[in-house]
Design a protein around this ligand. Structure first.
Ligand code: GAR
Length: 200
């Protein structure tokens, strides 16, 4: 049984999508070992608790990145987490953190990387006037929104769109993409050469 660790800072809809996929058998042979937030008021952590999952708040405020990362890594290891899913975790991981779990940390980002990394990606894409945007699930490396890509989903920008409507349609695709990416990684049936992930 694979143990997943979820890190989140807010709403938690990607976490809920992953938890639902596990419950429905769309992700087989996996469980959520621990859900961790850096923000006590994150909606996602309340949902994790309601669902009876191990849910920890490890505040980042007032700590150095190194101190906070050490605490989070210790909690993940204590819960024997094998794969870490960043699900709206609004903190940069230190290189040390990334090195603790090589090719074992995934992130979801609401744009087609390498376009629009960083904050408010949907807003950036909408303001830029792109006709297609989407989402990306990728391995986390030492750079922001950067590691090898596992899954991408494209979303058309409609003539009638507003930024919130576009963000909503991207979010629907995020929920599908994360489950697909987790299944690919847990299957171990892929190889990476350079940045390119290829399924075997
Ligand atoms: C999602 O749109 C996710 O892609 C984005 O934060 C949102 C979290 O929503 N992540 C990033 O922008 C990371 N750079 P959720 O809490 O409902 O899953």
């Amino acid at each position: 049984m694979h143990s997943l660790g979820i890190l989140l800072s807010g709403r938690g809809s990607n976490f809920v999508a992953i938890a639902d996929s596990i419950e429905a058998g769309r992700i087989a042979n996996a469980r959520i070992g621990v859900v961790i937030t850096n923000r006590a008021d994150a909606q996602g952590i309340a949902i994790a608790r309601q669902r009876g999952l191990t849910a920890l708040t490890i505040p980042s405020k007032g700590k150095t990145r190194a101190e906070h990362d050490r605490e989070v890594v210790a909690a993940l290891k204590q819960h024997n987490v094998e794969l870490i899913c960043l699900a709206g975790y609004m903190r940069l991981l230190s290189p040390w953190f990334v090195q603790q779990f090589p090719r074992r940390i995934l992130n979801i980002h609401p744009s087609l990387l390498p376009a629009f990394p960083g904050l408010e990606a949907q807003e950036q894409a909408f303001a830029y006037g792109v006709k297609v945007s989407g989402c990306t699930v990728h391995f986390v490396d030492e750079e922001l929104d950067h590691g090898p890509i596992i899954v991408q989903k494209a979303v058309q920008v409609l003539e009638s769109d507003t930024e919130p409507r576009l963000a909503e349609r991207i979010l629907e695709q995020e929920h599908i993409a994360y489950t697909e990416a987790i299944n690919i990684v847990l299957s171990a049936d892929f190889e990476i050469s350079g940045r390119r992930l290829r399924r075997r």
